[in-house]
Design a protein around this ligand. Structure first.
Ligand SMILES: [Zn+2]
Length: 293
């Protein structure tokens, strides 16, 4: 059933169209080539083209609120053009832990306690491997096939409910790691599809991209230009919070840092994540209000 639901053409067209736009915007601004896409089937392709569409499922989906304990399950995927060595996996874990430590610290600054449990060197049941017989990169039309694989993995390979129970975790998401360059993105619940939420993360991405994408799973929205909000909002964010992590994943010089995240979680994203229940920006820009579908 899920296979059918996920195998929709819009996903392909949408990602391809959007990937091009976002990448060129990102490149022209000298920042990273990255992209977060939420699949919003019920609203249709037409609506997806408009600004203001949430690319997150605040409080819904398998990764609900970013509070308490949440699990991130790592799946290392080999493709015909890339595979993972033990050392490379460990490096990806180091980057991931940098990102999750960062998120926990940011939450703590808002007096909100959260723990992202993902260290598979400590918890071996939070990691496994998979193989696909097609390439996964920005040049390939892989999304339909990857959608199908993910649908199968979350049904047969990763026991979302069992893991949640055994860790007494509030939420869980799947991280699909691919060891070649590409544009990472989030697949979040849209009210119909993808209740089991996931991320596609490409090797060589800096930890700020990991953090940005993980935050999408838990309600954060893109705050950069031409993504989800009007230019009025994105210009405001750029001026008020130039290093906001949903606005940029680069540092103040436009550099993608390895080994450190220098970006910030502004009150706007803190509000979208449920760490605070109010920020004055929602009065200034009502489009920023959280929406629970
Ligand atoms: Zn994003």
């Amino acid at each position: 059933m899920i296979y059918e639901r996920m195998k929709k053409k819009r996903w392909n067209d949408f990602v391809k169209a959007k990937a091009k736009t976002f990448c060129s915007v990102a490149l022209s601004q000298g920042i990273a080539v990255w992209l977060a896409v939420a699949v919003l089937v019920s609203m249709g392709l037409q609506a997806e083209e408009e600004l203001g569409n949430p690319r997150s499922s605040y409080g819904l989906g398998s990764a609900g609120y970013l509070k308490g304990d949440n699990l991130l399950y790592s799946l290392f995927v080999d493709t015909p053009e890339s595979s993972w060595t033990k050392e490379e996996k460990e490096k990806a874990l180091t980057e991931l832990l940098l990102a999750t430590d960062y998120i926990e610290e940011q939450a703590s600054a808002y007096h909100c306690e959260t723990r992202l449990i993902c260290d598979w060197e400590e918890n071996a049941d939070l990691c496994s491997d998979a193989v696909v017989d097609f390439a996964i990169n920005d040049e390939e039309d892989f999304t339909d096939r990857l959608d199908e694989e993910i649908a199968r993995w979350v049904e047969e390979k990763v026991d979302f409910e069992g893991l949640k129970e055994s860790y007494r975790a509030k939420g869980i998401a799947l991280l699909v790691f691919v060891n070649n360059p590409g544009t990472s993105y989030a697949i979040v619940f849209d009210g119909t599809d993808n209740p089991k939420e996931s991320l596609i993360l490409f090797g060589q991405e800096p930890p700020s991209v990991f953090a940005h994408e993980i935050l999408h799973l838990f309600g954060a929205h893109d705050l950069y230009r031409d993504a989800e909000y009007t230019q009025e909002v994105t210009a405001y964010v750029g001026a008020a919070y130039p290093l906001e992590i949903m606005y940029t994943v680069a540092d103040e010089n436009g550099v993608l840092r390895k080994g450190k995240i220098v970006n910030l979680v502004s009150p706007i994203t803190a509000y979208h994540l449920g760490w605070i229940d109010y920020t004055e920006e929602i009065d200034l820009f009502p489009q920023l209000k959280r929406e629970q579908k």
